[in-house]
Design a protein around this ligand. Sequence first.
Ligand code: CA
Length: 233
Amino acid sequence: MGKQSKPLVLIVEDEPAQMELVAYNLENEGYRILRAVDGEEGLELAKGHVPDLIVLDWMLPNISGIEVCRQLKKKKATRKIPIILLTARGEEVDRIRGFDMGADDFVVKPYSIKELIARVRAMLRRTRPGSVGEILTFGDLILDSEQHKVVRNGKKIKLGPIEFRLLITFMEKPKRVWSRERLLDRVWGVDADVDYRTVDVHIGRLRKALKQVEHMDPIRTVRGTGYSLDCET
Ligand code: CA
């Protein structure tokens, strides 16, 4: 799997030893890591990079984890990023408050690092299945990201790295309409200096490759908006 296809995880944690423990273990799992030492930096990095998941400590100086969570879930650009909240508070009422603020899961301190890793993986399996090596299927298409393999109607298809990432993105959320901007962020990264025309070019290449084995084009152009994988064949 290409480095760019690996999930990007933002860790927001003010205690250096905790940060190192979590970062080290997530890196070992093959994830890309962003580090923030307080809520403010966490918000900034989340908006700037749109990570695939956030591990967020509740107890932070200045802006608390719960407030970071609330702000991220309020904004369209960051609303869908899953958040695992780390908390020393195990009480039911606090959990409920956390869920109310939009946290997707909880891990209570002191936790076993294995449990946290398992929760991260479980969450990514739901939200970014292609990025954790799950085999994706849609219609006559099968994509195995671990083996970098695409098969259509039993026949192997060769794709370049960009076309492969485009197809993972589509197959993780079939029938969803992707704007060119969202595809750019997801496939090239938010910092990439690439224009919409480039997106169109690579969509064209992907279509051409897919049509080499079957004539039917599974990608629909949504006029004025973008693209969607929604023609099941
Ligand atoms: Ca803390």
